[in-house]
Design a protein around this ligand. Structure first.
Ligand code: HEM
Length: 489
C-alpha cells in the first residue's frame, strides 16, 4: 500500500472541453487536468463562456477579499441551489446577502458554542451507542454514520429535538438524489440546457426536505408559548441592527435549509474522511488518543464523562488532524464567482462575466504551495508547537493556501461550530474504539455539491473499553437500517 491516502488523480490534459464536460457529469473532478495543479491561473473558452481556475494565493485574495464586490457568487450557484435553499444566504449577493448575514451572525452569536455543546454531546452519545453494537471488527460504513451524527447535531441545535430514524432515512435519500443531480445539472447548463427545466427536475428532489423543514418551523410559529433556547429561537429573535427587520417565515425556511445543508453535508464529508484517515494511519490515531487521554486525565473523574468545552480547546493535535483532513479532502472542493468588469488575475486576462473558479481541492494540493502535497502530515498544522516538523513553508501556506472555509466576508460562519463538533466526535471515537482500515475497500471520491465517496467509507471498529453505561445490555445489535446496504455480512 502506498503511503499516500486515496487521491483521484487528475486526467491527462485534453483541449477537448466536451470530453471534459462528459467526465464532469459524474464528478466535478472530471473537469480537471494534471496541468491545473501546476499553473497559477488556468483559462478556457467554451461556447462563449470564459472559464478561469485561479490558484495563485494573491489572486484568490483579490477575488475573495480585496475586490470581493467585483466577484459576486456566480448566477449558476443560485439557480443550482434555489430549488433547495430558495434565496437563502449561501447563494445571493449584494444587500440581500448583507442583511441575511447580519441576522445570521447575530443568531449564531446568541446560540454560542458553549451553549450548543450539550446538544452536540447528546448526538455524539447516540452515535457511540449505535457504534457499540457494531464494534466487533466487521466493516461498517463511517460515511453513513457521520452523515447521521452530523444531521442529528444540526437538528438538535436548530430545533432542540433529535432526528428520528425514518425521517433521517427519507431526508438523506432526498439529499443524496439532489446532490447527484445538481452536479449533473451544472454540467448540462454549460451546454446551454434550459434553466427552468433543470430547476424543475431538481425541485422534485428538494421538495421533501423543504416540506419537512417548513413543517418544523410552522409548528414553532404556531405555538405562542415556545421560547426554545435553540438556533431557531435565535433566528426568530435576531434583528438587523441597520434596518430593525427580522426574518420572515419564508426567509426562515430558506435559512434553515441553508443551515441544514451547509451545516451537515460539509461536516459529514470531513468527518467521514477523517475516520478513513485514522484507520489508514494508526500512528496518528494513537497520538490523537494519547492527547485525548492526557487532556481528560487532568480532571478528576474523567473517564466516564464526555470531553468538556475547555478540554476540546486543548486538543491541538486533534485540531491539526482535522485541518490536514480538510486540506486533503475539502468538503466544498470548489466555489464559483462571476467577474463584473474586465480585469487581470495573476497576470492573466479576466474578462467581464467570466466564470471564476476557486478550488480548495486544487490549491490545497498544488505543487507550488505544499511539500508532499498528497501526503497526510497533520504536523504541518502544529505551527505553534516547538520541535514539530512544520517548516516555514508549511506555516506560510497554512495561512495563504488553505481555504476549506472560504475567505473574506463570505467565509463560513459555521467554522467554529464545525471544528467543535468534529473534535468532539473524533475524540470520543478514538477514546472508545480502535479504528481499523477495511483492506477490501477503496473509497471512490466524487465532487458534487460536496466531496463524498460513491461507495461509502468502510472501516472496522474494535471496542477498546468494556461495554459501558453507553451500550444497551443484551445481544449484539443488528446493523441499523442506514447501514444495512453497506455493512458486510
Ligand atoms: C467542515 C465543515 C464546513 C466546511 C468545510 C464549510 C465550508 C464553507 C465554505 C467554503 C463556505 C463559503 C463558500 C463560498 O465562498 O462560496 C461556507 C459558507 C457557509 N457555511 Fe460553512 N462549512 C462547514 C460547516 C458549516 C456549519 C456547521 C454551518 C452552520 C452551522 C455552516 C454554515 C455556512 C453558511 C450559512 C455559509 C454561507 C455564508 C455566506 O454566504 O455568507 N457551515 N461554508
Amino acid at each position: 500500500m502506498s503511503d499516500e491516502p486515496i487521491y483521484p488523480h487528475p486526467q491527462p490534459y485534453t483541449p477537448n472541453f466536451l470530453r471534459r464536460i462528459r467526465r464532469g457529469l459524474y464528478s466535478w473532478f472530471g473537469l480537471l487536468n494534471e496541468w491545473d495543479f501546476r499553473v497559477p491561473v488556468g483559462a478556457l473558452r467554451f461556447m462563449g463562456l470564459h472559464l478561469l481556475l485561479v490558484n495563485d494565493p494573491a489572486a484568490v485574495r483579490q477575488v475573495m477579499v480585496s475586490e470581493v464586490d467585483q466577484f459576486p457568487k456566480h448566477p449558476f450557484t443560485l439557480w443550482m441551489l434555489e430549488p433547495l435553499i430558495g434565496r437563502g444566504i449561501f447563494s445571493v449577493n449584494g444587500e440581500e446577502w448583507a442583511h441575511q448575514r447580519r441576522l445570521l451572525d447575530q443568531a449564531l452569536q446568541m446560540a454560542q458554542l458553549q451553549r450548543v455543546l450539550p446538544q452536540m454531546v447528546a448526538a455524539c452519545e447516540a452515535s457511540l451507542v449505535r457504534l457499540e453494537g457494531l464494534a466487533d471488527g466487521r466493516p461498517i460504513d463511517a460515511d453513513a454514520e457521520m452523515t447521521l451524527v452530523t444531521a442529528d447535531v444540526i437538528v438538535r441545535t436548530i430545533l432542540s429535538r433529535p432526528l428520528e430514524g425514518t425521517e433521517a432515512e427519507e431526508i438523506f435519500a432526498a439529499f443524496s438524489r439532489y446532490q447527484k443531480r445538481a452536479g449533473r445539472a451544472l454540467m448540462l447548463r454549460f451546454l446551454r440546457f434550459p434553466r427552468r427545466r433543470l430547476q424543475g427536475y431538481l425541485a422534485t428532489h428538494a421538495a421533501p426536505i423543504r416540506a419537512w423543514i417548513a413543517a418544523a418551523i410552522d409548528a414553532r410559529l404556531a405555538d405562542p408559548d415556545a421560547t426554545a433556547d435553540d438556533l431557531l429561537g435565535a433566528l426568530l429573535a435576531a434583528r438587523d441592527p441597520e434596518t430593525g427587520g427580522g426574518f420572515s417565515r419564508d426567509e426562515l425556511v430558506d435559512q434553515v435549509c441553508v443551515l441544514f445543508l451547509a451545516g451537515h453535508e460539509t461536516s459529514a464529508s470531513a468527518l467521514a474522511m477523517a475516520v478513513y484517515l485514522l484507520g489508514r494511519f494508526p500512528e496518528v490515531q494513537q497520538r490523537l488518543r494519547a492527547e485525548v487521554l492526557e487532556v481528560l486525565g487532568s480532571r478528576a473523574g474523567a473517564p466516564d464523562r464526555p470531553l468538556g468545552f475547555e478540554e476540546l480547546r486543548q486538543l491541538s493535535y486533534g485540531a491539526a488532524v482535522f485541518n490536514e483532513t480538510l486540506r486533503l479532502y475539502p468538503p466544498l472542493s470548489f466555489f464559483i464567482r462571476e467577474s463584473q468588469a474586465d480585469t487581470e488575475l495573476a497576470g492573466s486576462r479576466c474578462p467581464m462575466r467570466a466564470l471564476v473558479t476557486l478550488s480548495p481541492w486544487v490549491i490545497q494540493r498544488h505543487e507550488q504551495h505544499w511539500s508532499e502535497p498528497h501526503a497526510f502530515r497533520p504536523e504541518r498544522f502544529l505551527t505553534d508547537t516547538p520541535g514539530e516538523l512544520s517548516s516555514a513553508d508549511d506555516r506560510r501556506w497554512a495561512r495563504d493556501a488553505f481555504l476549506p472555509y472560504g475567505l473574506g466576508p463570505r467565509k463560513c460562519p459555521g467554522a467554529a461550530f464545525a471544528q467543535q463538533e468534529a473534535l468532539l466526535v473524533l475524540a470520543e471515537l478514538v477514546r472508545r474504539f480502535e479504528v481499523l482500515p477495511d483492506p477490501e475497500h477503496e473509497p471512490e471520491l466524487v465532487a458534487r455539491l460536496t466531496l463524498r465517496s460513491r461507495n461509502g467509507i468502510r472501516v472496522r471498529l474494535v471496542r477498546r473499553t468494556p461495554r459501558s453505561a453507553l451500550a444497551p445490555e443484551g445481544p449484539r445489535m443488528d446493523a441499523p437500517e442506514w447501514q444495512q446496504n453497506l455493512v458486510q455480512p
